[in-house]
Design a protein around this ligand. Structure first.
Ligand code: GTP
Length: 596
């Protein structure tokens, strides 16, 4: 295909505004897939995506479009995820595109993520086509949505905006035409040294690592010797092709094309998203700018459940390759043994990774309480200790002071929900920085501790606003905070993997709530089991878990009481660490995970 007939574009929108539905219609109308083959939501084929009804991973699909001018065009579109936890995926897709369709749901109007994605698209200098979707719905308010979009950017002011129904297909042809007439064709030089942006990777059990590439200059043929510039990794192009939407092999990819290269590499450590791919023999002088690495907001421990550490390690390595915003390091817990400290963009991201381990690898993991990264200044030290695992949070007597990270949280809410939303934000230790009107919505800007936003805040916001308010966060600096570590003792032995860090003012309430939950979650034993929450060396909350029912044991009450007394003596003599607690079920860890 000659470059003048290629269009590379993304579809960007707020969550649920209809990206995947529009992608399906485009594939139908360009005959990439026949209507007969269309199962609902063709692109969202990952199991977790179907279960949550959302797009997690970007997809790229090549379509051949027979345009009104009588010519055939190659349309490469990249479907992007809409949830805030996945905005990193959005920015990767945009760097590989020349234009973007900005889709806005006419029943909801402009939302926070519409604004955030538009900002990203502009940063990437993309040509933007605003499109109003869901005009078939009774709840659609097209004039209001149009007015809101016009306020977003001066170039939209006098635009005759496209109004479509991705569901019925109405207006989709006009979108295809607008893509042809507005988005520029790529301009790279096919004969220059190869310079390709690796905007994603996928791991295939048989083929090894598959790189998703956008060629800026040059070309790639099968068996070419290639170089991944970040780590100077040499690979061979085992095969190459494009997605339509399944993998379709071809002989050559040229400047302007989007496609895949099967590298055969097996070691995920050797590749990096945002890398530049070039030729070993004809190396480009200037690698591409690449991406900022994604910053983890939330950390949690993953531990194998059924002694399958090696399997889990392999699965985590592959997932981190497939999802470059998921980070991990090895960690060890006295209670649970060897495991992984994992970093996520947010709680939904954590949940998705957990489910993918289950769906794609059949692995269940024990997950420990989430936390953020703390800067702990020890007595007499000027450099902070970086702590992203409560197990490593130092003993209180050694600490001079602690800092925690803050975020700027922009909440966009309809006017009538303002007081509910503000009440919720206040409950989460927020400081109001600004309040603004944008397109009939109120935009509240708060400064909040990251820990307050990272865990349950988003779900609570959705709940108080019935799904209408949205959240966008940007990291701010660290500030001093009054934090304490809560340790949990079961039968006088500390279970290190249950430790967590909280604001001192919340410690009382949370520890009471926690021991109540643990009373139900900790499995009963032959003898009564005391459970205590300990803060700064003092037990601040306690419950006693009754023994298994009388008659359920052969030793009887007397024997159990004796054993308990013995253990108690041992415990009092020496507070010890629990080593044999790997039989603790996930419910015990959930008690900490689900604290309000
Ligand atoms: P994420 O991938 O989660 O960001 O969502 P999305 O933007 O891809 O939205 P999706 O295509 O999954 O659509 C969300 C919901 O809106 C689905 O229930 C669709 O059936 C519905 N929907 C999409 N387009 C239209 C439309 O034109 N009209 C109506 N009435 N419903 C639509």
């Amino acid at each position: 295909m000659k470059q003048a007939n290629i269009r590379n574009f993304s579809i960007i929108a707020h969550i649920d505004h209809g990206k995947s539905t529009l992608a399906d219609r485009i594939m139908e109308q360009t005959h990439t897939v026949s209507e007969r083959d269309t199962k609902a939501q063709l692109l969202d084929d990952m199991e977790v995506e179907q279960a949550h009804g959302i797009t997690v991973k970007s997809r790229t699909v090549r379509n051949h479009y027979e345009a009104d001018d009588g010519q055939t065009y190659e349309y490469n579109f990249i479907d992007t995820p809409g949830h805030v936890d996945f905005s990193y995926e959005v920015s990767k897709s945009l760097a590989a595109s020349d234009g973007a369709v900005l889709l806005v749901d006419a029943t909801q109007g402009v939302q926070a993520q519409t604004v955030a994605n538009l900002r990203l698209a502009k940063q990437n200098h993309l040509v933007i086509i605003p499109v109003i979707n869901k005009v078939d719905s009774d709840a659609a308010d097209v004039p209001r949505t149009e007015a809101q979009i016009q306020k977003l950017d001066s170039s939209f002011e006098n635009l005759d905006m496209l109004k479509i129904s991705a569901k019925t297909g109405m207006g989709v042809h006009e979108v295809l035409e607008a893509i042809r007439t507005t988005i520029p064709a790529p301009t790279g030089d096919k004969h220059a040294p190869l310079k390709a942006l690796v905007f994603d990777y996928m791991y295939d059990a048989f083929k090894g690592i598959i790189a998703y590439v956008r060629l800026i200059d040059g070309s790639i043929k099968a068996d070419d010797d290639l170089l991944l510039m970040a780590k100077q990794t040499k690979v061979s192009a085992n095969s190459l092709g494009y997605f339509a939407p399944n993998m379709t092999p071809i002989d050559e990819l040229n400047a302007g094309d989007v496609g895949y290269v099967v590298t055969g590499l097996k070691d995920p450590q050797l590749v990096r998203v945002g890398d530049t791919m070039t030729s070993v023999t004809n190396t480009t002088k200037q690698p591409l700018a690449g991406y900022e690495p994604a910053k983890s907001m939330v950390f949690a421990g993953f531990y194998p459940k059924d002694n399958n550490y090696n399997e889990l390690k392999l699965a985590i390595e592959k997932l981190s390759l497939n999802d470059s915003s998921f980070h991990y390091t090895l960690e060890n817990s006295e209670a649970l043994g060897a495991g992984f400290r994992c970093g996520f963009l947010g709680m939904l991201h954590l949940q998705i990774i957990r489910e993918r381990l289950q769906d794609e690898y059949g692995l269940e993991v024990l997950t420990t309480a989430p936390n953020v990264t703390y800067h702990v200044y020890l007595n007499g030290k000027t450099e902070p200790m970086i702590v992203n695992n409560p197990i490593n949070f130092p003993e209180f007597s050694k600490i001079s002071y602690v800092e925690e990270p803050f975020v700027k949280a922009e909440i966009t809410t309809p006017n009538d929900l303002l007081s509910e939303v503000m009440k919720l934000a206040e409950k989460h230790k927020s400081t109001l920085l600004d309040m603004d009107n944008q397109a009939d919505l109120i935009v509240l800007t708060y400064k909040m501790p990251t820990s307050e936003v990272a865990y349950e805040f988003f779900n609570q916001l959705k709940s108080v606003s019935h799904g209408y308010a949205t959240l966008d966060t940007t990291a701010l600096d660290y500030e001093v905070a009054d934090l304490v570590k809560v340790e949990v003792d079961i039968n006088y032995a500390t279970v290190d993997a249950l430790s967590f860090v909280v604001h001192r003012q919340d410690a009382d309430k949370l520890t009471q709530e926690l021991v109540k939950k643990l009373k139900v979650a900790v499995p009963r034993r032959l003898y009564p089991t005391p459970v205590q929450a300990v803060v700064e060396g003092k037990a601040v909350a306690r419950v006693d878990i009754p023994p298994l029912r009388k008659g359920a044991t052969s030793g009887g009450k007397k024997g159990a009481a004796k054993k308990q007394a013995l253990l108690h003596r041992q415990g009092v003599n020496k507070r010890k660490s629990a080593k044999n607690t790997s039989d603790l079920p996930q419910e015990v860890f959930n008690a900490v995970l689900e604290l309000d």
